[in-house]
Design a protein around this ligand. Structure first.
Ligand code: ATP
Ligand code: MG
Length: 576
């Protein structure tokens, strides 16, 4: 491709709403343009990168035995009613009507459609296992679309679904997909980590998220620096700390705390620390009033609370409910004398005593609260987010918290959809059995952004060679010297013949402009030919990642370039 014949509208300024570096650079380097909130057009370079990611994902899926199909994006409501998700999925599901007034939705995911397909096709155990995937545009009406390609409403996903005869088969499929993901993300040059993720009430380690480590990530991961343990904060646990026998404390006593609502305010007002204050959070869990207690410096984890009750619906109590249950304004709830269905406390509250808590009276707290003496706690459970420094559940080492971007997710579904949609087969004995499913997603468009979050500098993008829209750019500094242009064009043709996807910057622009654009777009390899170089018989090769420049001989160019290119790939830990 010649630069002059392509469309690469680079910009000096990033759009004003661009908060993260990948969004800024994708816009500035001419990869994407916004249509409206959470929806982007991929310009020629953007589409090239997207296609390169998709191609690698496709290759690894095929290698693992998955079969590519393409399902409709618009899905009939009936299927979603059959699975129960029509009412459950919420407002991320964009619902539409056709001309006959029938309900449809834009597919945010395809469990229903693929299960419907398979139940119509598979009769016998001989047809299983089956693993089907597609690479397709998804629509989710995200509440907060942001960060450019990271959280869109319309985005490209690889979604795959496995169907097995039994648990053993399902685990084999899961592992095959897990390994295929590792292979794909490695080839994409990402610094990633598979982490254990929440799998709702299924339990076990049958859900892993693949996280690209980056400060702009929306997920928090707890990792152990000493062993392999890594888990999404939604699910991470810490080693149980031995409950110590709390020392007795003085009798409970009420104190005035006018207008002191938050833990910090109360702690400061009463001259104590947040560690001594109890947070009492009120929820409605499947219609029941629940108070959840955590230490003031800890964060309640709603997913753990939900899983504890195996609940389908959990909501923070409304201000009206809080007032009704506590007989006080919001902010003064406490466990002593509280009339709710269940009081549940975090494990860490088994150690320690002499708490400060709300008194269930406006502008009032209590001092010297003893959970055993002064109230009825129904159960202690792990209810909080792991904090930095908590002991690793496997080896007790202090854990670290890191930010990550979720680029992939593997999940053992079990029979959730196959049961609901009646996807069964006949086993060896002619007995009807429900298929065991797994689902596997990769955020294809999100990966382009993630790679940039991990690799950039003040000059622009630094693309891994496997994601770059072109692996190399040939820059001619010919100016008026037509011999230079002719030679540069020859190099460009040679490189493409060698299988190096190369663009030729043939524009009539100043060298500075060409260098700046090449750095901004982030081509991993820059080949620069000028008049002096041509005279001396050399061309300059720049590695965008390291910034290192090397002179390659024009004579024997092919071999010299191939050897040098191999080093560039090696620097990325990538195999050519
Ligand atoms: P998240 O927690 O980020 O919302 P999710 O759990 O909803 O992700 P899945 O349903 O597992 O995501 O989708 C599979 C993959 O699709 C994710 O791992 C992610 O890479 C990608 N993805 C999900 N939502 C978006 C989005 N709004 N924009 C871009 N990519 C997305
Ligand atoms: Mg989501």
């Amino acid at each position: 491709m010649r630069w002059s014949a392509s469309y690469i509208p680079t910009l000096k300024e990033a759009p004003r709403d661009a908060e993260v570096i990948s969004h800024k650079l994708l816009a500035r380097a001419g990869f994407i343009r916004q249509l409206t909130s959470g929806m982007y057009t991929f310009l020629p370079l953007g589409l090239r990168s997207l296609n390169k990611v998709a191609a690698i994902v496709r290759e690894e899926m095929n290698r693992a035995g998955a079969l590519e199909i393409l399902m409709p994006m618009v899905q009939p409501a009936e299927l979603w009613k059959e699975s129960g998700r029509w009412d459950f999925y919420g407002r991320e599901l964009l619902r539409i009507k056709d001309r006959k007034d029938s309900d449809f939705c834009l597919g945010p995911t395809h469990e229903e459609v693929v299960t419907d397909l398979v139940r119509g096709e598979v009769r016998s155990y001989r047809q299983l296992p089956l693993n089907l995937y597609q690479i397709q545009t998804k629509f989710r009406d995200e509440i907060r679309p942001r960060f450019g390609l990271m959280r869109c409403r319309e985005f490209v996903m690889k979604d795959g679904y496995s169907f097995d005869r039994d648990e053993t088969g399902a685990e084999t499929s899961y592992k095959a997909m897990f390994n295929a993901y590792v292979a794909a993300f490695k080839r994409l040059g990402l610094d990633f980590k598979p982490v254990e993720a929440d799998s709702g009430s299924i339990g076990g380690s049958f859900s892993h998220e693949f996280m690209v480590l980056a400060d702009t990530g929306e997920d928090t991961i707890a990792t152990c620096p000493a062993c392999e343990y890594a888990a999404n904060q939604e699910k991470a646990v810490s080693a149980p700390v031995e409950a110590t026998q709390p020392s007795p404390c003085p009798p409970m006593e009420k104190v005035d705390t006018p207008a002191q609502h938050t833990v910090e305010e109360v702690a400061a007002f009463l001259k104590t620390t947040p560690q001594q204050v109890l947070k009492t959070l009120l929820f409605e869990v499947d219609g029941k009033a629940v108070a959840a207690l955590v230490r003031g410096d800890h964060e309640l984890n709603e997913i753990k609370l939900k899983n504890y009750f195996d609940a389908t619906d959990i909501q923070l109590a409304s201000p009206e409910q809080v007032k009704e249950w506590t007989k006080a304004e919001v902010g003064f709830a406490g466990p002593a004398g509280l009339k709710v269905d269940t009081i549940i406390a975090d494990l860490s509250l088994q150690s320690g005593n002499d708490w400060v808590a709300g008194a269930n009276a406006t502008d009032t707290h209590v001092l010297h609260l003893d959970l055993n003496r002064d109230c009825e706690v129904d159960a202690y459970a792990d209810l909080r987010n792991v904090a930095a420094g908590d002991p690793c559940p496997r080896c007790n080492t202090a854990m670290e918290l890191k930010k990550g971007i979720e680029v992939g997710h593997v999940f053992k579904l079990g029979t959730k959809y196959s049961k609901a949609l009646n996807a069964t087969y006949l086993d060896e004995n002619g007995k009807e059995q429900v298929m065991i499913m797994g689902c596997y997603g990769i955020g294809v468009s999100r990966i382009v952004a993630s790679a940039i979050e991990q690799n950039n500098d003040e000059n622009g993008i630094i693309f891994p060679p496997t994601i770059a829209p072109f692996e190399a750019v040939v820059i001619s500094l010919g100016g008026k010297n037509k011999d230079v242009d002719a030679k540069a064009e020859e190099l460009y043709n040679t490189m493409n013949k060698l299988g190096i996807d190369t663009i030729y910057d043939d524009r009539d622009e100043r060298p500075g402009v060409k260098f700046k654009d090449a750095d901004l777009v982030g081509f991993p390899i820059q080949i620069v030919l000028g008049g002096k170089g041509l005279e001396k018989g050399i061309v300059e090769a720049k590695d965008r990642r390291t910034g290192e420049k090397t002179e390659l001989p024009l004579e024997n160019f092919e071999q010299a370039l191939s050897e040098w290119r191999a080093k560039v790939w090696e620097g990325w830990n990538l195999e050519l």
